[in-house]
Write a new protein. Sequence first.
Length: 77
Amino acid sequence: MVTDGIQNVVTRWTAIGTHQGPFMGIAPTGKRFTITGISFLRIFDGKIVEEWQQWDSLGLLQQLDVIPRFQHEASAA
């Protein structure tokens, strides 16, 4: 967590869990997942007034086997 001491806070986070309920229209898979993200908050008068988030949604969908993981094949030079 980083702040400018005035009104901005940035947090990098990791979420770990098991997909046990419907999420984004996807039926529960029972699969475990780990994702990372970053949140930007703007504080005014001691309250959060704006929030922006970026998180690894592709990585989550791949871990739930909703989207295939891409395989990279090395080619000889």
